[in-house]
Write a protein that binds this ligand. Sequence first.
Ligand code: F0G
Length: 354
Amino acid sequence: MTWRGVIDAYRSFLPISGQTPVVTLYEGNTLLLPAPRLATQFGVDIYLKFEGQHPTGSFKDRGMTVAVSKAVENGSQAIMCASTGNTSASAAAYAARAGIKCVVLVPAGYVALGKLAQALIYGAEVIAIHGNFDAALKLVRQITESYPLTLVNSLNPHRIEGQKTAAFEVCDQLGSAPDYLALPVGNAGNITAYWKGFQEYREAGRSDSLPQMLGFQAAGAAPIVDGRLVPEPRTVATAIRIGNPASWQKAVQALEESHGRIEKVTDEEIIEAYKMVARLEGLFVEPASAAALAGVAKLAKTGFFPPGSRLVCIMTGHGLKDPDTTLNTCKLQPRVVPGEQQAVMELLHDLNVI
Ligand code: F0G
């Protein structure tokens, strides 16, 4: 059967009627890759759900197809969001697809290059504010309450509805829910959506168990782990540079109900995992996604995972979105030599390749 997006695939679980104009980029159906080399390293059966495979390169497309379809159904002519980058790219793309306007507010200087380029090329009005994501979201909430712009941050319940389809896919691809579901946490919409999805799928008899949810925040932006607001969040993983998550309480509920854990990882651990998943499994993910793997690595070291348990780690966004982090933060640059065989061979010798 041809894949026609998450609304077509999971319509009965979504707030979609025959009247809803479906705005889709055929999102969803992303890879669930076994990661044998990481599994050996961590001693747990690990799968990577590669959400970077989406049309705009992140998981946001799952929620945006539902949010924008509903906005259009309700007569909206324009959508608005605050974003650390990926939500803005996705909102801009779906607005283009729907032929409506899109306004995005982003923190000036803290959005990865690829994400900014995306929002601009899709034709959104991109406004960079002197302030962080939390300040941008506050402004967007105020403006959308008073003006005819539909809010498409994950405070919009249709976003959560769409994003929960990722949990359905994990169950369908694995044949059941995994024992553990690990993911990065920023504004906390995605952890909320996964938990809702796993519960609904079990209630519908489509899976027979529930996973323990494992959330990971960056150490400089860990309000849920530390139990307090972070006025000036800091991390290399700009996607999750958030100090006051909108779905904080729902995330805590998901963690409690699933008997899960939330932990923080340092920027050094994030960068190590960022390189590790690329070099051991051939998957290029963005730093925020690597935060989840860094967390798994940390827990594995403490013997947290019982032998034989199955874990799915959500790789939320594509590495190509943020080439700056690879080239500049990680200081990975090509070696430059004269264009002669001798020079190349000397270098290969020095590098122990030959
Ligand atoms: N991973 C990536 C790549 C993200 O872009 C985000 C959030 C998260 C993880 C965290 O998900 O917020 O649901 O807990 N990005 C938002 C944005 C904030 O504006 O693109 P969350």
